[in-house]
Design a protein around this ligand. Structure first.
Ligand code: VGL
Ligand code: ZN
Length: 216
């Protein structure tokens, strides 16, 4: 990192995107990510270096198409093909207004400016905070960030290989410089998904760095 990027407080053209630090993704949750809780204090620490922080929140209706329970005879972690492409079938998770969809109690980012809720359309999943899985429906986040003068998007949270990866790839596609703070993420790693995600992120020019480089 250049010294300039390590200068403590980040400027108006930076945003920290804190992805899905919700109870259902924590150990003991419905779609637990191993050691996902370890990311929470680090996200809090990182957030203190950014004046602009946006949180994302996976926010599904109970009838959501990504839930194996809504596909008779199917089990969690199977793959199916939907009109918009391949979809992993997940355990029921992050149902709107349930405790599992709430942010981890230790998340402490009072100055977060916006919360992007995603996956709220019954028939379309959305790992990405920018564009839903139909590759068409925008959440509005890119326009919001552009209007706020943001040029660089710094990502942390869960899960590295799903919502963090898809969000960072879409942030790149929207023209932002993108950084994934690797040790402030944890992965699901389903059938090689973590390696595939890093391959895609590297190919897209997403920069991979450690929290210490941001906090230095
Ligand atoms: C996520 C699977 C399903 C994530 C959300 O936050 O990475 N993964 N829904
Ligand atoms: Zn989900």
């Amino acid at each position: 990192m250049k010294a300039e990027a390590n200068s403590g407080g980040r400027q108006a053209d930076d945003v920290l995107l804190v992805v899905d630090l919700q109870n259902d993704f924590m150990p003991g949750g419905a779609l637990a990510v191993a050691r996902g809780d370890e990311v929470v204090p680090l996200a809090n620490q990182l957030a203190r270096r950014f004046s602009h922080v946006v949180l994302t929140q996976d926010w599904h209706p109970r009838s959501h198409i990504s839930f194996a329970a809504n596909h008779p005879g199917r089990q969690p972690f199977e793959f199916i093909t939907l009109p918009y492409g391949e979809q992993v079938l997940w355990p029921v998770h992050c149902v709107q207004e349930t405790p599992g969809a709430a942010f981890h109690a230790g998340l402490d980012i009072p100055h977060a400016r916006a919360i992007i809720r995603k996956g709220h359309h019954e028939h379309v999943d959305s790992y990405s905070a920018f564009v839903e899985a139909d590759h068409t429906t925008s959440t509005g986040l890119a326009g919001y960030l552009r209007d706020a003068g943001v040029k660089r998007v710094w990502c942390c949270g869960l899960a590295t290989d799903f919502c963090v990866a898809w969000s960072s790839l879409d942030a790149r596609a929207a023209g932002f410089d993108v950084f994934v703070i690797e040790d402030a993420t944890r992965a699901i790693d389903l059938e090689g998904s973590l390696d595939a995600a890093w391959r895609d992120m590297n190919a897209a020019g997403v920069r991979r760095l450690r929290a210490a480089q941001v906090l230095a």
